[in-house]
Design a protein around this ligand. Structure first.
Ligand code: AMP
Length: 464
């Protein structure tokens, strides 16, 4: 078995990972660290939640302290590009955590905040810069950032970058990097566009993969509940009162929906906060901090805002609205059950979302078990089974008309609640989370500029 000790990491890094509570390297770490220490370029297919930040940050730190820059002012020697502010801030905090026993100055820059604080830190000199593309190009344009001495370049979440329309920004950054450098590209999926991008700047890369392109994390117990749209919030409130539900991430499709849900939960006596692109910096920071320290056990989020949120011990993910892109489902439920922990993902499916459910099931290659033991069961919301649904040869069955009101609850509230499976040995190793993510939304927090799938939708796409 690979251990951190036999990965040839220097002692201060081993001490730092021990401080984080990591006992053994995750598969992506065990695969990538030796390659990166050798100086190889790496193309990694891995999602957030697999430990990929340490997979690249540890060897990068080792390289930086092992080959110190000439004396004098610190120069940017490592650049990490990340699509969202939250993810960028978390990566920067990880550099802080893993480099706690080393002297490697690092910082993060992203848009949406005044640049002066960031510029001040940059002028003092940093060796590791984590950035979202917009602010990076902005400060490069102002002559504040010079990337001419970068030795290590990481493109993280490359598929999200492309989804968000950052391809031209990435190319502009690549043009100013010095030709001799070590490159890493991580992406949760590897479509043709990413492979093309990778081959444009990676030099004979080693390929590492820990998750197949799109597979549901198998420690996550998934369930779907059929419920009328009008009853979703009552059902959610009821489930949230269950003692098994500790720290909960709830996904809504829209920002407005997130706000409204938080108010409705509040009226039901449940403390929660919303996080999305329209929230102010301080509101986002407060929401995330409250979620981390447990004072706000429920975080209601839209997809873009939640991307990369890394908070330990998320017991449940609720899909209050089913995503209309099936890949998004995989990303969402990956927020729970991280680094060896079990988690539960419960999806509400109303009378208009049956097609989304079946698309998700096709993508993950399994039928999500139906939980019917709740008070708001709505049989009309259940779509025809996969064999009869779109794409099959049998004629399409029209979904039954949505009920105006759901039937009366079959049993009193509180009797139902998600059951946490008692999986032996499911605790997993400690997955400490650096207290990051306090930064605001990304300059990427905009409507993705293009979509991968084109098909008629019954509902407008995600508006965050
Ligand atoms: P990442 O994929 O980098 O976002 O990491 C996901 C989570 O796994 C974070 O909470 C990390 O602190 C945690 N983690 C990373 N490496 C390990 C490890 N070797 N053992 C346990 N937890 C880890």
């Amino acid at each position: 078995m690979t251990t951190f000790a036999n990965l040839d990491l220097i002692e201060p890094l081993r001490r730092a990972v021990a401080h984080e509570g990591y006992e053994i390297p995750t598969p992506i770490q065990a695969q990538s660290i030796p390659l990166l220490l050798e100086g190889r370029d790496v193309l990694g297919c891995a999602q957030t939640g697999t430990g990929k930040t340490a997979a690249f940050a540890l060897p990068m730190l080792q390289h930086l302290v092992g080959t110190p820059a000439p004396r004098g002012k610190k120069i940017i020697r490592a650049l990490v590009l990340s699509p969202t502010r939250e993810l960028a801030a978390q990566i920067d905090e990880s550099f802080g955590a893993y480099g706690r026993y080393l002297q490697v100055p690092h910082t993060v820059i992203f848009g949406g905040v005044n640049q002066s604080g960031q510029v001040k830190i940059l002028r003092r000199g940093v060796e590791v810069l984590v950035a979202t593309p917009g602010r990076l190009l902005d400060l490069m344009g102002q002559g504040i950032i010079d990337l001419g001495r970068v030795e290590l370049f990481v493109l993280d979440e490359a598929d999200r970058m492309l989804d968000m329309g950052f391809i031209h920004d990435i190319k502009r950054v690549l043009r100013v990097l010095p030709p001799r450098r070590q490159n890493l590209l991580f992406s949760a999926t590897m479509p043709r566009s990413i492979a093309d991008l990778a081959s444009s700047f990676l030099n004979n890369p080693a390929w590492v993969e820990v998750t197949p392109n799109v597979k549901t994390v198998d420690q996550i117990e998934q369930r779907v509940m059929f419920v009328a749209r009008a009853d979703k919030r009552r059902l959610l409130a009821e489930l949230l009162h269950s003692p098994e539900v500790e720290r909960v991430l709830v996904f809504t499709r829209t920002k407005h929906g997130a706000n409204r849900l938080v108010k409705q939960l509040d009226r039901a006596g449940i403390r929660g906060a919303a996080i999305h692109g329209n929230k102010s910096q301080s509101a986002r920071r407060k929401a995330l901090e409250g979620f981390r320290n447990g004072s706000n056990p429920v975080l209601v989020a839209t997809d873009l805002a939640a991307r990369g949120i890394d908070v330990e011990g998320i017991s449940h993910v609720f899909n209050f609205d089913l995503p209309n892109e099936p890949e998004t489902y995989v990303h969402r439920i990956g927020r729970t059950g991280r680094a060896g922990m079990t988690g539960i993902a419960i999806s509400f499916c109303d009378e208009t979302e049956g097609e989304y459910l079946r698309d998700i099931e096709k993508l993950i290659g399994q039928t999500i078990p139906v939980a019917r033991d709740h008070a708001y069961e709505c049989p009309q919301a259940e779509p025809p089974p996969l064999s009869q649904s779109r794409g099959s040869r049998s004629p399409r069955r029209r979904p039954p008309p949505p009920p105006r009101r759901s039937p009366r609850p079959r049993r009193p509230p509180r009797s139902s609640g998600p059951q946490r499976p008692a999986k032996p040995g499911s605790q997993g190793s400690a997955n400490r989370t650096p207290a990051a993510g306090t930064s605001p939304s990304s300059d990427a927090e905009s409507q993705p500029r293009h979509r991968r799938r084109r098909r008629p939708r019954r509902r407008p796409p995600q508006t965050d």
